[in-house]
Design a protein. Structure first.
Length: 267
């Protein structure tokens, strides 16, 4: 265990290579030392070595199947490095089953997995969990997003509008309300919501960043699409170009910029 403890010291200092070396030495002496596998998996994850992180996380689960932290770590590897929402969600859910106290900390990851995988029933379950177990103004965001995923556009609009009228006027709520109006084809209303989202973000409202990994890029793309649909083509092009500067790997943005330019030429 001395090697393992020394490895933890280096890991806490962010000295990942030295930590991995020591964990590996510890495992040579004690091949069934599950904590060393977990620690080494976390170190590999920090270094971006996905395959090695996965191997160690799977070994940790095999050695300690009743340890919730092992399943949570496996979920992190599967989600963050392999982008496998189905398997990651299963791992996260097992961690929560073993230790319900982990549910709040793992909520955002579980939600992201369910949404990415298009698991609409699971999204609805998680929205209810959020409302029941850790209520906050963001509850309307999750309920609205789950309703949208199920195709209930009007219900989503009503749920989020009601929350906003009751005073929960967060940027995240305005954004999902904009998405609900856009899904319903009500583009002027969607544009109003997206512009309000932008105003609130500029004023320092961080709520959209708590529910989206890249809030500014998502909002700029939504805002540009709304400008395009209401015929404000020059503004659409400007916003799409700003989005492209933030997200050069988005394959749809060049096409959207082209549509905005064609729209201007046609006027």
């Amino acid at each position: 265990m001395a090697l393992y403890e020394r490895g933890l010291f280096h890991q806490r200092a962010g000295e990942w290579e030295q930590a991995i070396f020591l964990f590996s030495q510890a495992l040579q002496l004690q091949p069934d030392l599950a904590p060393a596998y977990r620690a080494r998996a976390a170190a590999y994850l920090a270094l971006g070595e996905a395959e090695r992180a996965l191997q160690d996380a799977q070994m940790a689960v095999a050695l300690t199947p009743d340890l919730p932290e092992a399943h949570a770590l496996l979920g992190e590897v599967l989600w963050r490095k392999f982008h496998d929402p189905i398997q990651a969600l299963a791992a996260y859910d097992e961690a929560v089953r073993l230790d319900p106290a982990l549910a709040p900390a793992l909520f955002a990851a579980r939600w992201a997995c369910a949404e990415t995988a298009g698991l609409t029933d699971r999204m609805a379950q998680l929205a209810l969990e959020h409302e029941r177990e850790y209520p906050s103004p963001l509850g309307a965001y999750y309920k609205g997003r789950a309703l949208l995923a199920q195709g209930a556009r009007r219900a989503a609009i009503e749920v989020v509008r009601e929350a906003i009228l009751e005073g929960d006027s967060l940027a995240a709520l305005w954004f999902v309300l904009g998405d609900a109006y856009a899904a319903d084809g009500a583009w002027p209303e969607a544009l109003t919501c997206y512009e309000e989202t932008w105003r609130r973000m500029e004023a320092g409202d961080p709520s959209l960043g708590t529910v989206l990994a890249h809030p500014e890029q998502a909002l700029l793309r939504a805002l540009g699409t709304a400008y395009l649909h209401v015929g404000r083509c020059a503004e659409a092009e400007e916003v799409f170009r700003r989005a492209a500067a933030l997200s050069a790997n988005d394959p749809d943005l060049p096409t959207l910029i082209g549509r905005a330019m064609i729209c201007q030429a046609a006027r």
